[in-house]
Design a protein around this ligand. Structure first.
Ligand SMILES: NC(=O)c1ccc[n+]([C@@H]2O[C@H](COP(=O)([O-])OP(=O)(O)OC[C@H]3O[C@@H](n4cnc5c(N)ncnc54)[C@H](OP(=O)(O)O)[C@@H]3O)[C@@H](O)[C@H]2O)c1
Length: 279
């Protein structure tokens, strides 16, 4: 049996739906990963074969002012899960992020590239990766730019703004691969089912800037919005973000045969499934 932790979040909800009766899902009410007792009791009693940790403190800018919470949830909490999984011989699957990289490489990052986070969030997620690796059976999956039906995300923010404004300014100097949580969930399941271990990168194929992504969202949704460029420096957010942190996913494809679709067709699939909200 598979235990999905952080199951009420954006990725956790889609993952649980795809896993069906292979998995059960819990969130902070059942397991608070910052509490070693909570984690060891729950995991030790249930004895799952696999624990997938989707729980995290994901507010990238919020992490800058809440270092203790970020390290506690994203770093130490993963360590407690690793201990619990080690004790029962389970596989720990830890979801991580492109923000462990500084974005200066100039080409897609492979699993062997040295991390160098720019933000507290990235530091805390890197601590989580290190802690996950204390479990002998571990799988670390780095993803990026997630959106899905069950959480706050860039697509929903743009669609809301697009009904309110005819012109927007969006950063055009951060490059990545927007990734639909359903496609990431498929990649995670492929890695588990193929017995993979170690670190993998998983994202939708091809890449764009946030500005290009916003334009595509409006085109696909049939909204007429002018999207102007701006720089990350001008946006002046609390957390620094990588300039270009695209992920090389060839190891995932080679070891599982799973190739995620291009981000634009994933966006189309998402928009088809998304409930239409009438004002
Ligand atoms: N979102 C992205 O763009 C992105 C990109 C790359 C990687 N990732 C990684 O992908 C994973 C899933 O992200 P997501 O966007 O689906 O996250 P999310 O929607 O924020 O969901 C995280 C879930 O974890 C729960 N949680 C928070 N603290 C917890 C604790 N102490 N114990 C147990 N559960 C706790 C949250 O509950 P509350 O809502 O009640 O706090 C929430 O249900 C995370 O590891 C994230 O770092 C995300």
């Amino acid at each position: 049996m598979i235990l999905v932790v952080g199951a009420h979040g954006m990725l956790g909800t889609d993952l649980l739906a795809l896993l069906g009766d292979r998995a059960i899902g819990v969130d902070v009410a059942e397991i608070d990963i910052t509490s070693p007792e909570s984690v060891l009791n729950f995991v030790g009693t249930l004895k799952p074969k696999v624990v997938i940790n989707c729980a995290a403190y994901t507010d990238v800018d919020g992490c800058e002012g809440n270092i203790e919470t970020a390290m506690s949830v994203n770093g130490e909490g993963v360590g407690y899960l690793a201990m619990a999984c080690r004790d029962i011989g389970a596989l720990l699957v830890q979801i991580s992020t492109d923000y462990v990289f500084d974005g200066g490489k100039g080409s897609p990052y492979s699993e062997d590239d040295a991390p160098c986070p720019l933000s507290v969030y990235g530091e805390s997620k890197l601590a989580g990766e290190m802690n996950a690796s204390f479990c002998p059976e571990h799988l670390i999956i780095r993803a990026q730019w997630l959106y899905g039906l069950h959480g706050k995300n860039f697509v929903e923010t743009m669609l809301k703004l697009g009904t309110e404004k005819s012109e927007l300014t969006v950063v055009d100097d951060q490059i990545g691969s927007p990734t639909w949580t359903v496609d990431l969930a498929r990649a995670i399941i492929a890695l588990i089912d193929n017995g993979c271990r170690g670190t993998y990168h998983a994202a939708n194929a091809e890449y764009c800037s946030w500005n290009g992504f916003a334009k595509a969202i409006f085109e696909e949704a049939g909204l007429e919005v002018v999207v102007k460029p701006m720089t990350t420096t001008a946006l002046n957010r609390p957390a620094r973000r990588p300039h270009c942190s695209t992920l090389d996913c060839t190891k995932l494809a080679g070891d599982t045969g799973f190739i995620a679709q291009p981000w634009r067709s994933a966006l189309r699939d998402y928009l088809k499934l998304r409930p239409v909200h009438t004002p």
